[in-house]
Design a protein. Structure first.
Length: 528
């Protein structure tokens, strides 16, 4: 462990204007070195306790920040009311990927005959068996997180935290069980929203409830148009549940690049998902005799016979119970999001926020990176440390997967003008599907990719891909884009053949500068 005698950085006072979140006026104001503190462990008993750093929420961001701060010698406590690991570990990324993997494997088993593999007829999926092994895996991860906090000498406090004063937190509303700190991080995560319509709360489940299902529904409805809805619908369908996706607009993922949203809509329908656009839920009913559910829409349509209806219409921050006004954090958005500046400072001195509660780039790796950078700034002697929120790669574990980073074509044109934007696209059949027989060539699943380039040097400011292995392909290209790669840089990387990723470094016109007479881009936004 590093010495405690290192400079510590404090946040400064109330921000004058947080409506336009900007740089903190003085994020590097130094204070006295961290004082030596007694050994740490599991909290017990009551009474006032003071820490250098108190973290509300033991999710990915909170724990990452807590452990990084402890590595610098800070006395740290984490308050958590539920299982360690937060949404990602317990009801999010990790168990979702387990189910996605099962769905993908089940799809491939049923595709095996295209590769000359026979004898797989009659293969069945056992939902309960996978749930048991998945839950055991998550419990193991919970234990690992607890062990890691213990090794880092971070105190774990179990219960609900709420502010009762300046940087003072009570546990479970007990004024006799309070904690104070020089610095408090608010990272409580979020929760799935349920629409305020008759029958929704009584009869529907959310993404959290998806992981509690003991048996696979034969017929299921998923309501929502975001990545969670798309992922759950894909898993159900891949595991051969009769699946309907209800979206409010004309298609799912409408905030993504238009190529991604359009291609996904077609691929989901082709895979057997019944996509129902223009669907706004009005009520949910359960048949008393059969137990089956009916979803009524605002347009008067009634869709019947569902075993489960999953509401995946979005998530809200878990900030309402924190009593943030007591500590001076008054800039709470309509849905409960906390405003922060680029250094994660809130309006209150010594109080910070990150992760889902801020409503920006609500991704596990973002919260982890922001949490570590915050600890670096507060306790690690790095006064300008902060997370760069630009160019964050994102993956949707749909069927097939989606990878996206940077600006969509629409965003690039709106921001820079059509004359400055060049777009390259490609559509191809992954070699996995090459030997498939039966039907027409056009029946094979296609992978689509797009590069959005800016200016005369064609700097790549957006990359979007949908198709097999898009999730794994994106990471390396994300590094290149953060370094300012251009289309020429992509072209100068020799392709790895045969792979899907090679298509991103061989997009026509390969190796030709825009000024070359052979370059086919007659206009900046023409597509190949």
């Amino acid at each position: 462990m590093f010495s405690r005698n290192i400079p510590r950085v404090a946040s400064i006072g109330l921000l004058s204007v947080l409506a336009t979140v900007g740089a903190h006026p003085n994020p590097t104001a130094a204070t006295a070195p961290i004082a030596t503190s007694p050994s740490r462990g599991m909290a017990s008993g009551k009474g006032n306790r003071h820490f250098d750093y108190l973290v509300i929420g033991a999710g990915s961001g909170g724990m990452a920040s807590a452990r990084r701060a402890a590595s610098y010698g800070a006395k740290v406590a984490v308050v958590e009311r539920s299982a360690l690991g937060g949404t990602c570990v317990n009801v999010g990324c990790v168990p979702k990927k387990v189910m996605f993997n099962a769905g993908t494997l089940f799809e491939q088993i049923h595709e095996a005959h295209h590769h000359g593999i026979t004898g797989v007829d009659g293969v069945r999926f056992d939902w309960a068996a996978l749930k048991n092994s998945r839950d055991a895996y998550i419990r193991r991860l919970n234990g690992i997180y607890g062990s890691n906090l213990d090794k880092s000498e971070v105190t774990v406090v179990t219960g609900d935290a709420s502010f009762v004063g300046d940087r003072t937190v009570a546990i479970d509303g007990d004024a006799g069980n309070t904690y104070t700190a020089d610095h408090v991080l608010v990272a409580p995560g979020g929760y799935p929203v349920v629409p305020d319509i008759p029958g929704a709360r009584e009869h529907c489940i959310t993404s959290d409830g998806f992981f509690e299902l003991e048996r696979q529904p034969g017929k299921v409805a998923v309501v929502g148009a975001g990545y969670i809805a798309v992922e759950l619908a894909g898993i159900f369908n891949a595991l051969q549940s009769d699946t309907t996706l209800f979206v409010r607009g004309d298609r799912a993922l409408r905030k993504f690049d238009s190529m991604i949203a359009t291609r996904l809509d077609g691929l989901m329908r082709k895979a057997g998902i019944k996509v129902t656009p223009g669907s706004t839920p009005k009520a949910v009913e359960r048949d008393a005799e059969t137990g089956k559910l009916t979803l009524e829409l605002e347009n008067g349509e009634r869709h019947e016979g569902f075993d489960e209806i999953v509401m995946a219409i979005g998530r809200a921050p878990s900030s309402a119970s924190l009593n943030l006004a007591e500590t001076g954090v008054h800039d709470i958005g309509r849905r409960g999001h906390i405003s922060v500046d680029e250094y994660q400072n809130t309006a209150a001195e010594g109080v910070y926020a990150l992760g889902d509660v801020c409503g920006k780039a609500e991704l596990t790796p973002v919260a982890i990176a922001a949490g570590r950078r915050l600890a670096d700034r507060l306790f690690g002697g790095m006064p300008t440390a902060k997370l760069d929120y630009e160019g964050i790669p994102t993956v949707v574990f749909s069927h097939p997967t989606i990878g996206t980073i940077g600006l969509t074509e629409e965003e690039a044109v709106a921001k820079h003008g059509a004359d400055e934007v060049k777009v390259y696209t490609t559509n191809f059949v992954n070699l996995y599907y090459g030997p498939w027989y039966g039907g027409q060539a056009g029946d094979k699943p296609m992978t689509s990719a797009k590069l959005v380039c800016l200016g005369a040097d064609e700097r790549v400011v957006g990359l979007h891909i949908i198709g097999m292995a898009s999730d794994e392909i994106l990471q390396g290209f994300g590094v290149a884009m953060k370094m300012g790669a251009t289309k020429a840089d992509f072209d100068n990387c020799v392709a790895i053949h045969p792979t899907a990723a090679e298509e991103l470094v061989t997009m026509a016109p390969w190796g030709l500068a825009p000024g070359n007479p052979a370059h086919p881009l007659a206009t900046p936004t023409s597509k190949l």
